[in-house]
Design a protein. Structure first.
Length: 296
């Protein structure tokens, strides 16, 4: 007869994996002759990677699903089965989070954008014909020069710095690392003019602080901060378009990308709106500079 025991919930803390392999952890459960929640918790405390956690939990679950006969286990705690299922769902959620996120910045990856687009807007029943979302494409200006001059590690710290500053200044938005140095941002229920206000705030913040943020990351890695880098500012070009109800999402992305190209063509370090010539917003001296060849 299966022995029934009460169990107490424990908080799971994920730390780095110890010396034991997953096979050895399962063997410990078998050797104990009892699947107990406390044993599972103790072994989980040696695992950090959610994929390792899923592997371990699946093996324990297998012993329960196929019965205890021949496993060496003589009893099982009440509630362990449902408890393991709960832990598995937590690990699945954590694994999905890792799969969706960019390793360097922690932002969503480019390949998750279809899913984000499908869920990112305001629910249809809450939308009106006047509702629209601002789609913004941010690009780090002359990023190849940064890599060429100071190396790819420094370039990575610049990308990370920009990502951090965008998150700080665009809190009510979805931010995706769209390409190497390009970022997609979606502001819900905000038209392109409201998006321009937010984008200008973010652009100025990057210009003011990105070098400082990047330098701190280099120092944490015990790497030298290039002297020439301190004297320069990291700038962004931005293109913005409205995504309106009924429009296919990538149509708005395409128009935002074309506006980004216009910002690049007009000298960079600029926010450009879809359907609007950015030259009209420039001071006269800068407009002349662009017209005589200071653009891309």
């Amino acid at each position: 007869m299966v022995k029934i025991e009460r169990f107490i919930k424990y908080k799971i803390v994920f730390i780095f994996m110890g010396n034991k392999t997953i096979n050895e952890m399962v063997a410990d459960i078998l050797a104990a002759g009892l699947i107990r929640k406390i044993h599972v918790d103790e072994h989980l405390a040696q695992l950090k990677n959610p994929f390792d956690i899923l592997d371990y939990l699946a093996r324990i679950q297998t012993f329960i699903n196929f019965g205890l006969k021949g496993t060496g286990i003589v009893s099982i705690e009440t509630g362990v089965d449902s408890y393991l299922s709960g832990l598995q769902q937590q690990a699945i959620d954590a694994a999905r989070q890792i799969a969706e996120r960019d390793t360097l910045t922690g932002l969503y990856k480019r390949d998750t954008i279809d899913h984000l687009i499908s869920r990112g807007g305001v629910p249809d029943e809450r939308r009106t014909q006047k509702d629209s979302d601002a789609i913004m494409m941010f690009d780090i200006d002359r990023f190849k020069r940064i890599n060429d001059a100071w190396g790819h590690v420094t370039g990575d710290t610049v990308i990370l710095a920009v990502a951090e500053i965008l998150q700080e200044n665009l809190r009510e938005s979805t931010i995706v690392r769209y390409g190497g140095e390009e970022f997609y941002v979606r502001l819900c229920q905000t038209d392109r003019y409201g998006g321009k206000v937010a984008a200008e705030r973010a652009r100025n913040a990057v210009k003011d602080m990105a070098v400082e943020y990047a330098a701190k990351h280099l120092e944490r890695m015990n790497l030298p901060v290039p002297k020439e880098m301190i004297k320069k500012a990291v700038t962004l070009s931005v293109g913005i378009a409205d995504e309106k109800p009924g429009e296919l999402p990538y149509q708005a992305i395409d128009r935002a990308d074309k506006a980004l190209y216009a910002a690049k063509k007009c000298g960079r370090d600029l926010v450009a709106l879809d359907g609007h010539n950015p030259l009209g917003d420039m001071p006269y001296h800068r407009r002349i500079f662009v017209l005589v060849g200071g653009g891309i």
